[in-house]
Every structure is written in C-alpha cells, then in structure tokens.
Write a protein that binds this ligand. Structure first.
Ligand code: 13P
Length: 256
C-alpha cells in the first residue's frame, strides 16, 4: 500500500514566521512515527526556512499558488522557478479561493505547465460549488479537468496530483464534510475522465486527494472512499490535529 499523502494548506491562517516555524517543527517531529508524507504549504515567504530546517523523508514543502504569466515585467508575481529555488517540491494550482477571485481555466493550465517545467508536482484543485440531484457537478469536474490539463509526458503524469475539493464543504466541520459514499463515486468519475485525458495506466497512478473540512474525526472514514490522502485547511494549522489526520489515514487507506 502506498503512503497516504497529506497536504497542509495553511492559507493565511499563520501570519508570523516564528509561529510557522514552530508548527512545522512539531509536524516534522510527529511525522517520523507515522508512515505518511506530509506536504506543508505555508505562505510563500516561509517556504525557504521551513524547507531548509524540516524537509526530510516524511516532510516536503509546497507553495499555495504560482504565477501563470510569463516574463520578468510582472510586479508582485512569484514564478515556478522562484518557488523551486526556495525549496518547494509541490504547488497547489487552481484552488477554489483563487478561482473565486478570477483565476480561470487558461491561467490554471499555464500554472500546471509552469510547475511541471520546474520538475515540481502540481496539486490541481477541482470541485463544484454546489450539488443537486441533476448531477451537473460531474460536468463541472469534467470541464475543469479538460481545461486545466495540458498534454502530459509520462514523466509529467507521474508528478500530477489531483485534489477534489467540493467548494460547499470547505471551511466547515467534520459533520458537514462530504460523505464517504458520495466521495467514492466522485473519485471513480474523476479517474475515468483522467483516463480519457492521459491514458488508463497513467490515470490509475495519479493520487487523488480529498479536501473540505477534513478533521481527525472523519479522516479514517473518508480515506476508505479510495482517496490517496487529503488537502487539509483549517485543521492543518494545528500540528496535533494534522498529525491525528495523518495517523487516521494510515492503515485505513485502500488506494493501491
Ligand atoms: P478546510 O479543511 O478548512 O475545509 O479547507 C479545505 C481547503 O480548502 C484546503 O485547500
């Protein structure tokens, strides 16, 4: 069985360097006892320090976003090359909080390409804003995947990670997260669309994460739905709860 992949998206919860470093330290210390890979995605300006002090076998560092525009005359933008230089090996691309502010399919695809060009792993986020009985959310996922995925070489396909984050389930509590049965169906659907896009063998190997109110209380049940791990927001900022999620995911995962 493959190790679960647990990605901590700190968003903007932590706004002080010392607090970020202390949290990373606690996570790095705890992960040694759990057979899991934890990717810490702090605000970009802490990537360097965290990567230097704490990246190890169990801990990698990622960025929360990447610039999708080319060229040097881009005020305030952080390129994939800069993030790689800081020590990031993963980059979250197309998070719903950025889509909501105007990041479109074209920008997301450019971001995925930029991340792959630097030999980092893009964590491509997809997810519907709402669900109803008509099943339209499946169409949303299909078009998000088609828009965002460039042509991938076999080496690039090996680096791809998909994070399924239904927007309606983000930032709530375990009780309001998605239920495991609906998640299982959705993961099967996503893998089918991926297979059309990158081929069946490559699609089978792509880790599909779930995000949206993952907490220690629901992690074991959700990992049983065939996901390879989680993209965790609010619960990832507290090292104890992130480690509890990692522990609950380990052993319960049925993804091969
Ligand atoms: P929460 O875990 O706070 O719901 O956030 C999920 C998310 O958006 C992670 O990227």
């Amino acid at each position: 069985m493959k190790k679960p992949l647990i990605v901590a998206n700190w968003k903007r919860y932590i706004e002080e360097r010392d607090v970020a470093l202390a949290a990373a330290k606690a996570i790095a210390r705890g992960v040694g006892k759990i057979n899991t890979t934890i990717v810490i995605c702090p605000p970009a300006l802490y990537i360097d320090a965290i990567a230097k002090a704490f990246s190890s076998k169990g801990v990698a560092v990622g960025a929360q976003a990447v610039s999708s525009v080319a060229g040097a005359m881009q005020t305030g933008e952080l390129s994939a090359a800069m993030l790689a230089d800081l020590g990031a090996s993963y980059v979250i691309v197309g998070h719903s909080e950025r889509r909501a502010r105007g990041e479109d399919g074209e920008a997301i695809r450019a971001g995925v390409e930029a991340v792959l060009a630097e030999k980092m792993s893009p964590i491509l986020c997809i997810g519907e804003t709402a669900r109803d009985a008509s099943g339209e959310h499946y169409d949303v996922l299909t078009s998000q995947l088609r828009e965002a995925l460039p042509k991938l070489s076999p080496a690039d396909a090996k680096r791809l990670v998909i994070a399924y984050e239904p927007v309606w389930a983000i930032g709530k509590s375990a009780a309001e997260a998605m239920d495991a049965r609906a998640l299982e169906e959705t993961v099967i659907y996503i893998r089918k669309v991926l297979a059309e896009r990158i081929g069946r063998t490559a699609a089978l190997a792509v880790p599909i994460l779930y995000g949206g109110s993952v907490e220690p209380d629901n992690a074991a049940q959700l990992i049983g739905a065939g996901v390879s791990g989680f993209l965790v927001g609010h619960a990832s900022v507290e090292p104890k709860s992130l480690l509890a999620i990692a522990k609950a995911s380990n052993g319960a995962s049925k993804h091969h």
